[in-house]
Design a protein around this ligand. Structure first.
Ligand SMILES: [Zn+2]
Length: 146
């Protein structure tokens, strides 16, 4: 697949490689402490709570909600279409587990805090960029049921 022109590729370091490549198997991989179970994002080699080094990437459900967002209308890069939504998504696994991402397939005027979303992956060269789109299988009133 060809590279989306104008978009910089992730700077995938050793610890974040799983995050950027798990999408090849349809998995959003987040680091988790093997001792105390704390999810760690961005990935770190040591658990910030118990200092354990038994930290490894594990697949998460890929479901979450919009914690915060902003609509970018400024054409910073000539080949990237505006407007687009930059969002902080809180993953279903843990209320403190959040990642910064871009929403896709969503009208910016429909985005709101608490919107249920799920991960989708956009392949760019060897990376599988985790983006999020609306999740029609859940609603805020049915939280926790699937
Ligand atoms: Zn720990």
């Amino acid at each position: 697949m060809s590279r989306v022109p104008g978009l910089p590729l992730p700077d995938a370091q050793f610890e974040s490689l799983a995050f950027w490549t798990g999408g090849e198997r349809g998995e959003l991989l987040i680091h988790r402490c093997g001792e105390c179970g704390l999810w760690l994002h961005p990935p770190k080699p040591v658990c910030r709570r118990c200092m354990s080094r038994t930290v490894a990437p594990q697949p998460v459900s890929g479901e979450g909600t919009v914690y915060s967002y902003t609509v970018n209308r400024q054409q910073w890069m000539p080949d990237v279409e505006v407007p687009y939504v930059l969002a902080v998504v809180e993953l279903a696994e843990d209320p403190g587990l959040r990642l910064t991402t871009r929403l896709t397939g969503v009208d910016p005027s429909d985005v709101r805090i608490g919107l249920p979303v799920r991960v989708v992956f956009e392949q760019v060269e060897e990376f599988w960029i985790p983006l999020f789109t609306t999740n029609p299988t859940t609603s805020e009133t049915e939280e926790g049921s699937r």
